[in-house]
Design a protein around this ligand. Structure first.
Ligand code: SAM
Length: 223
């Protein structure tokens, strides 16, 4: 998969894409990350990419030309999603991450400033929000999405089963986990997990998963 980031702050991605599982996915040749600074496509002599809003009002608006021309410069083969990062977009969730993980290319358009010139919306297949709050730019949001998507691509995680049992993948929150020691500061590992009886362990995990979901996210069970 090729992932493209149209951004004014390409340096923001270095730490996140250059570490841990996202780095390993790139090193294995499963995914490649491409930063495109759309300021390079500005046709303004001061390299400006924003301007005052028609009609007046606070804040600056991202101009259409740098974004359209940055998009024109991409040579994309295969299936693609073009995502406008936007607090007004569809809320990102695991189902969307699963869908995106099957694409050959994902392009993230990251805003800054007050908003986008509305015509930029004609370039995109999806508008996505990572939650009901406003960030200063789309970069952190597209990094969060990248992380959730890339870990679902086959062969990225060494143990495939681990993401199939994750919260949301099953439609519920995941069950509790325990490791050594058997007892810590008076808190004991449940006996069933030490029983060696896999059927009982599976039943316990399913019950705990259900209980946790009912307590914390009953909306998931309604769905
Ligand atoms: N004025 C805009 C509004 O009210 O919808 C908010 C603009 S915000 C300050 C600047 C940029 O940050 C947005 O264009 C978007 O790319 C990104 N952004 C902010 N919050 C986001 C969120 N919750 N999810 C995804 N992207 C977000």
């Amino acid at each position: 998969m090729n992932i493209y980031y149209l951004t004014l702050f390409p340096d923001m991605y270095e730490g996140v894409l250059g570490a841990s599982i996202l780095k390993r996915a790139k090193d294995k040749g499963i995914v490649d990350y491409h930063m495109i600074n759309f300021r390079d496509f500005s046709n303004d002599k001061h390299n400006k990419v924003d301007d005052y809003p028609y009609g007046g009002g606070a804040g600056m608006v991202l101009k259409p030309e740098p974004v359209f021309e940055a998009m024109d410069s991409l040579e994309i083969k295969g299936s693609k999603r073009v995502v406008l990062m936007c607090p007004q977009g569809k809320p990102f969730d695991q189902k969307m991450a699963e869908e995106f993980a099957e694409e050959d290319n994902v392009v993230f358009i990251n805003g800054h400033y007050e908003g986008y010139d509305e015509r930029i919306r004609s370039l995109v297949t999806d508008e996505v929000s990572i939650g009901d709050y406003v960030l200063t730019g789309g970069e952190l949001a597209s990094m969060a999405m990248t992380d959730a998507i890339v870990r679902l691509i086959p062969d990225v995680l060494s143990n495939e089963a681990s993401h199939q049992q994750d919260s949301f993948s099953t439609g519920m929150l995941e069950h509790p986990h325990y490791t050594r020691p058997r007892e810590y500061r008076g808190m004991k590992v449940p006996d069933v997990l030490l029983s060696g009886n896999h059927k009982l362990i599976e039943e316990w995990r399913h019950e705990e998963s259900l209980k946790r979901t009912r307590e914390r996210r009953p909306d998931l069970l309604d769905e």
